[in-house]
Structure formats: C-alpha cells, structure tokens
Write a protein that binds this ligand. Structure first.
Ligand code: SOE
Length: 386
C-alpha cells in the first residue's frame, strides 16, 4: 500500500468511516483534499476502512474513495487497530451505538449531525466520549464557511455590538412533490425528526455559535403530506415534521425567529440568516456562499444600505489555503476546514470548542429540538433547560 503523500513529518491518522452515501462522499472528498490544500497538514488522513451494510456497495465505495478495507459490520471497523478516528457518516439511527462503541475503543469520534435523534441519546454519547477522554466533534459544517466565520469575528470583536435580532431560515424543496417516496429521513424511528433535525439543527447551531444560548421558545411544526409510497409502492405514514417555525428568547436579550422546511419550491439549499445589531446588520445565504451582505450604521450617509462583500481575500478566514481573491470556493470545502480543525484538536490536544461543535453542543442542540417538538405539541412556551 502506498504510504501517505510525502508532506513532511505530519503524523498519520487512520480514519474509519461508517456510511458511503451523500455524507460519506463529502467526508471522503474532504479527507483526500485536506493534506495538500490545508498545507502543511496538521495530520495526514489515512483512509483505513469504510463500513456499510451492503457488501457490494461498501466494496465499490472503498475502491472509489481509496479506503484500504471494507467492512459490512461497523464493529469490525471500530476494532481495527489501523483506525484512530471514527467518522460517523451514517443515518441518524446509527449514531448512538457506534459512536459510544468507538469512544469505548479509544477512538476519537467525528459524527454527522444531528448527533442523535433526541437529547437522551446525545447525553449518552456525550457521557461516553467524556469518560473515554477522546476528542469529539459534530459536523455542523456551516461554522466553517469563511463568511460565517467572518460574522463570528465581527461579533466577538465587538464591531457589530449588541445583537437585537437573529432571523434564519433553512429552506429546501426536495419533498414538496406528493409523489416523492419514503426515504430514511421521513421515518421517525430512523431520523428522529424531519426538517427540524436535518436542517433546523444547522440553524440552531448557528444561533448558539453566533448569538448565544436560547432561554425559551415557542414553536409550530407541520407535516403537510401525511403518507407516501415506500419502495414497494405501499403507503407508509410520514412520522416526521416537514417544516417548523419557532420564536426564540436568548439569554442575552436578543430575539430570534427560525424556521426550516423542505416544501419551498425554488429553494435548493437556502441556508440563510440575518443579524441586526447595535452598529449594523449582516446577512448570509449559502446559495451565495462566498458573499456577505453588510450594513454599517456609521457608513457614508450618501451610500446608505447593504453592501456585498466577496469573502475571498487572503486575510479572510480559511482563505490562506485557497486561491487568489475572487476564485470562489464551495460547500465541499467546509468539510475540509472542519476535518482540519478536528485533526488539530487531536494532534495538539486542544478542545474543538469554541469554533467547532462538540458532543456537548450536539446535546444542547437536541435539547432545543426536543423543546420545539414539546412547544408545538403543548402549544405553550418552553424554557430551555440543559
Ligand atoms: C439534506 O437535507 C442535507 O444534506 C442535510 O442533511 C445537510 O446537513 C445539509 O447541509 C444539506 O442538506
């Protein structure tokens, strides 16, 4: 087997990945790109093993991405001494048991979001990684968008000042067609929740990362299409939300309105937020990922209003790794950034917080998701208690 790329004395980290679908592809792509683009790399990922339940599919994925071994049983992957980092890119019902087993086996754990299907599962995983003393990170990749990190820097530096409003919407369209069939994201026992855990968890993570802790909320959820055909053409009940809306009160006095939906025709991956603060406002949308709209109260009165910043200068977050300004990057590169962050935490024994989400953040995110479900079910305001 060819050794790692000749990139100096960076340590090699064996990565074992569970899953080979959409997130498996995004993770594999990032792991392979990291050593030559985040150069010199803090560590060189060795694609040691991949696991998935279908033998032909997992062998094909191993060949496609270059994993040394393919397993149909994730337990064998976790037992493999060549694996130091367990990367969970599997569906939500396959997060708790493998993540806990990996922690107990002394592996550092990188897990896709949402961390679990509910707060109880996330608490179990958080306790396991704390007991094992391993590093742990949840793949809330939008913290690693250059424009989002620029907003974080503007907030932390005090330039934006006191935050009054956080308003966010994560909108997609992919199940608005009544004929779209049942998939794992639409079964409550597999996914835990629908748009809430899949898209809303990103919005909630950005709210916590950029604004602070919510202290209470009110919410509504909807399931617009109540049943869909499964792969056998049999009607199955949709047991997750299709959309949610929520009003948040933050501990620091800011007001939040957040929503997510998969029924917004024309919205392809519209993860957007706006922050209105004491000294100005910012607005971001993932579909224009390299741009940040900014308005400063102190700006030139004759040219009042939002200006569009192209966040691609060499001094902008992460951009020393990429191209001359204007040569934009994409969604895939946020995974390169977040893996590099995780490997730095491992190699240099650092916490992944505050700039990455760890399992405590995954747990707090789940508490807020559970509160949204509770508020919608009881039609009452719910306090957030971690
Ligand atoms: C599907 O809704 C999905 O792939 C989410 O699962 C991801 O977290 C999001 O980044 C893009 O859309």
């Amino acid at each position: 087997m060819a050794g790692p790329a000749a990139t100096g004395d960076a340590p090699t980290l064996g990565v074992g990945m569970l899953g080979y679908a959409f997130m498996g592809k995004a993770h594999a792509n990032a792991l392979k790109k990291l050593p030559y683009m985040m150069y010199p790399p803090v560590a060189i990922p060795h694609l040691a093993a991949i696991a998935g339940r279908n033998e032909n599919a997992v062998k094909e994925a191993a060949k496609r991405y270059g994993f040394a071994k393919a397993y149909t049983d994730w337990r064998q992957l976790i037992d493999d001494p060549a694996v130091q980092v367990f990367d969970n890119a599997g569906p939500n019902n396959l997060h708790t048991e493998p993540n806990i087993a990996a922690a107990k086996a002394g592996k550092h754990v990188f897990s896709e979001k949402p961390l679990g299907r509910n707060a109880a599962e996330c608490m179990e995983m958080w306790n396991a990684v704390k007991s094992a003393g391993v590093k742990h990170q949840v793949a809330f990749n939008y913290r690693f968008v250059p424009a989002v990190r620029l907003v974080k820097n503007l907030i932390d530096s005090g330039k934006l000042g006191r935050i009054y409003h956080f308003r966010a919407a994560y909108l997609q369209e992919w199940i608005a067609d009544v004929n779209f069939p049942m998939v794992w994201r639409l079964y409550g026992d597999v996914a835990g929740s629908g748009a809430l855990g899949d898209l809303g968890s990103h919005v909630i993570d950005l709210a916590r990362y950029l604004v602070g802790e919510p202290k209470s909320l009110m919410a509504n959820v909807q399931t617009f299409i109540k049943e869909r055909k499964d792969e056998n053409g049999k009607l199955q009940p949709v047991t997750v939300d299709d959309a949610f809306q929520s009003m948040l009160e933050f501990e620091n006095g800011a007001a939040g309105t957040i929503e997510a939906s998969r029924f917004c025709l024309g919205r392809k991956n519209h993860n957007s937020f706006e922050i209105n603060a004491e000294h100005g406002s910012v607005r971001f949308c993932l579909e224009q990922m390299n741009e940040l709209e900014v308005h400063w109260r102190s700006g030139d009165q004759a040219t009042q209003g939002f200006t569009k910043v192209l966040v691609t200068e060499s001094h902008h977050p992460f951009w020393s790794n990429w191209w001359p300004h204007g040569h934009i990057i994409g969604w895939e590169h946020t995974f390169v950034h977040e893996f590099a962050h995780f490997f730095d935490a491992i190699v240099n024994n650092k916490p992944v917080q505050p700039h990455a989400a760890d399992f405590e953040d995954g747990y707090r995110n789940a508490v807020i998701c559970d509160a949204i479900i509770k508020s919608a079910g009881t039609r009452r305001q719910v306090d957030i208690e971690y």
